[in-house]
Ligand binder design. Structure first.
Ligand SMILES: NC(=O)c1ccc[n+]([C@@H]2O[C@H](COP(=O)([O-])OP(=O)(O)OC[C@H]3O[C@@H](n4cnc5c(N)ncnc54)[C@H](O)[C@@H]3O)[C@@H](O)[C@H]2O)c1
Length: 357
C-alpha cells in the first residue's frame, strides 16, 4: 500500500480529533508515519479519536487554526514532509447559526496554514481538504469538474470555495519555485463508523436506532454522492504521495484541485440511504420534510476523471458495501475493526488494479 511513501515520514495533520482526521491518522500510523495532530479537543461524546485511543499513539496538540502564530509555530517545530489540512467547521446548518466562526475557521485557518508553509525550507506535499459543496451548484445532472465555477449558497459552502480561491492564489503567488507543493481535495457526503457529528444523516440514524425511536428525515429527496470515508482518504494519500514521488516529478497538473467522488450508482437520495441502513440495523423512519428548513443543495455529483487520469485513483466500494461497512463500523467500533476495514478496502482496490494498492 502506497509502497513506502509515508514510512518514517513526518506528517502534520490538522483536524485529527474529528471523524475523517481520526481515520486518516489511523491509516497513516499503519503506514509507519510519525503523525503530529493539531486540532481542538474532540467536540462529540463519543468521539472516534477517543474510541481509538489515538492520543497515546500520535503527537497530540490541542490548538486553534484561527491563531496564525500558533499554526506557524507548530508547523515550524514539526518540519513536516506531508501536511493534511482537515480542521474546519464542517456543518452546513451550524454555518447558518455561526457564519463568522465558520469563515474564520475555514478561510483564515486555511490561509494560516498556507502562510506557515511559505517559511518551510524543505520539500513538503500539502493537501488541503475542502468539499464538493465548493462548486456553484446548478442542480444539474452532470458531475462537476475541477474547472467548473466555484460558489456556494450557504456560509459553509462559500467558506470552502473561498478557501479554494486562497489556495490557488497562494500556489500561483508563492509556491511556484518553492519546495512545498500544494493541492486541494474535494469530496463530499462521507460516511463510515465513528462519525458522531450533530445534524448529519448517518449519525442521526444511528442515534435513533440505538434509542429505538423512528429516524426523522428532513430532506428525503436530496441526492448526494455517498462514499465510505476510506474512499476520499485513499485519494488524499494518493495525491500526497504523487506530489512527492520521484517517479512522477512535477507532472503538470498535480499541484491543483482534485475531486474524489463515488461512482454514479452511489448518487442516491437520503431516503434510499436510510432504507439501505435499515437492512443492516432494522428500525423505522419518518418523512419530516420541513418547508421552512434552511436551504441545502438538492442534487450534487462529482466527476472523478481527473483523479483517475493523473493519479490512477478510482472509487472501490459500491453503495451497498459502503453502507454495510458503515453500520458495522458503528456496531463494532475498535482499532482492530478499522485496521481490518483498511485491509479489506486495500485488497478490493488491488483486485481492481489500482496502482496505490
Ligand atoms: N464528513 C463529510 O461528509 C465531509 C464532506 C466534505 C468535506 N469534509 C471536510 O473534511 C474535513 C473533516 O471533516 P469531518 O467530517 O472530519 O469533521 P469533524 O467535525 O468530525 O472534524 C473537524 C476537525 O476540525 C477541528 N477544528 C474545528 N475547528 C477548529 C479550530 N478552530 N482550530 C483547530 N481545529 C479545529 C476539530 O477539532 C476536528 O478535529 C473538513 O475540512 C470538512 O469540511 C467533510
Amino acid at each position: 500500500m502506497f509502497t513506502s511513501a509515508f514510512q518514517n515520514k513526518t506528517v502534520w495533520l490538522s483536524g485529527h480529533t474529528g471523524f475523517k482526521g481520526a481515520w486518516l491518522a489511523e491509516w497513516l500510523l499503519k503506514l509507519g508515519a510519525q503523525v503530529h495532530g493539531y486540532a481542538l479537543a474532540p467536540s462529540t461524546q463519543p468521539a472516534l479519536f477517543d474510541q481509538l485511543g489515538l492520543s497515546n499513539r500520535l503527537h497530540h496538540q490541542v490548538n486553534d487554526v484561527r491563531s496564525a502564530e500558533a499554526v506557524h509555530r507548530s508547523i515550524q517545530a514539526t518540519q513536516p514532509d506531508f501536511v493534511f489540512h482537515l480542521a474546519a467547521q464542517p456543518l452546513v446548518r451550524l454555518s447558518y447559526e455561526q457564519p463568522a466562526v465558520t469563515y474564520a475557521t475555514n478561510v483564515m485557518g486555511t490561509v494560516h496554514v498556507l502562510d506557515a508553509l511559505r517559511s518551510l525550507k524543505k520539500p513538503c506535499a500539502a493537501v488541503f481538504i475542502t468539499t464538493d459543496k465548493c462548486y456553484e451548484n446548478r442542480e444539474w445532472i452532470y458531475g462537476y469538474r475541477e474547472e467548473d465555477p466555484l460558489g456556494g449558497y450557504d456560509p459553509y459552502s462559500s467558506s470552502k470555495a473561498a478557501s479554494e480561491i486562497a489556495i490557488a492564489a497562494y500556489r500561483r503567488s508563492f509556491f511556484k519555485n518553492h519546495p512545498v507543493r500544494i493541492a486541494s481535495a474535494r469530496a463530499g457526503n462521507v460516511i463510515g463508523g465513528g462519525d458522531w457529528a450533530v445534524d448529519r444523516i448517518v449519525p442521526d440514524c444511528i442515534r435513533a436506532l440505538q434509542r429505538g425511536v423512528p429516524i426523522t428525515v428532513r430532506n428525503p429527496h436530496a441526492t448526494r454522492p455517498w462514499q465510505h470515508v476510506l474512499e476520499p482518504i485513499s485519494g488524499y494519500l494518493c495525491l500526497a504521495a504523487s506530489l512527492t514521488s520521484d517517479l512522477r516529478p512535477l507532472i503538470s497538473g498535480l499541484a491543483s484541485a482534485f475531486n474524489f467522488g463515488p461512482t454514479h450508482e452511489s448518487n442516491r437520495t437520503v431516503a434510499e440511504l436510510v432504507q439501505e441502513i435499515l437492512k443492516h440495523w432494522p428500525g423505522r423512519w419518518e418523512d419530516k420534510s420541513d418547508p421552512q428548513a434552511v436551504h441545502e443543495a438538492g442534487l450534487l455529483q462529482l466527476s472523478t476523471d481527473k483523479a483517475n487520469a493523473l493519479l490512477g485513483w478510482s472509487p472501490v466500494w459500491n453503495f451497498p458495501t459502503a453502507i454495510e461497512q458503515t453500520v458495522r463500523g458503528y456496531r463494532e467500533m475498535s482499532r482492530e475493526l478499522i485496521l481490518n476495514q483498511i485491509l479489506q478496502y486495500a485488497a478490493a482496490a488491488k483486485q481492481l488494479g489500482l496502482p496505490w494498492a
